[in-house]
Design a binder for this molecule. Sequence first.
Ligand code: IPD
Ligand code: CA
Length: 256
Amino acid sequence: MQEWKEMLQLAKEWALEAGKEQIRRAEKPMEMSSKSAAIDLVTEMDVWTESFLTENIRRHYPDHLMKTEESGVYEGDSPYEWVIDPIDGTVNYARGLPFYCISIGIRYKGETVVGVVYAPKLDEMFEAVKNEGAWLNGSRIHTSETKRLDEAVVGSGFPYDKGTTEDNNLPHVQQVVPRLGGFRRTGSAALDLCCVACARLDASWEIKLHDWDVEAGLLLASEAGGQTKVLEEEKGLYALAAAPGIYDELNALIKR
Ligand code: IPD
Ligand code: CA
């Protein structure tokens, strides 16, 4: 659809511009505060990036709906909704670790049709369009052909309430990790999904996510040939994305 391609193009341009500013601004000390836990951070660049993106969207598409990590919901009268995480991996960003990204998903009548994930420090632009495929810096990407869990490298993460509840993903890790080739925790759920899409990881799963963490990344993973599962649970989203050759085995092990 031409309309989707135009939105994709704009989302990429805005993500590139915001990403440059994130890198530039990270050279100086930055204001930050905590949200749900001491390590659940929001930096001034989360806020700046979100305003930059929402203002641009408002200017181009005044009737579009938006859902964003820092400021919430913007109503509108349109079948389109933008789902935005201004920085996924804020803790990494605040510490100078390069694994963070801007994540923009666009829904049409409730279904994700465009996904853009830009990692400024890696200068990597991931993009996907429903039924058209997924790309990294302009080249088509595909999930891995792995069929064996003991050869697979799989990513996951831990929710911010990990110290106060037993539903903190550690039971799943204990069950799954001994069966894997390798395990990684990058600190960005959106980037993990993109890594599944381009076969750097064979799968990833996380619990208690929000839709802005995974909206774009899940489209990337499925358009690259992966199998995905999302459950809306009481405390947030459970999301699993895997190369088709290991999906069933991993899904059965996690039992979520
Ligand atoms: C976080 C990252 C992390 C995941 C957390 C998310 P944020 O997003 O995606 O990998 O484990 O649950 O909240 O806070 O950096 O935007
Ligand atoms: Ca996030």
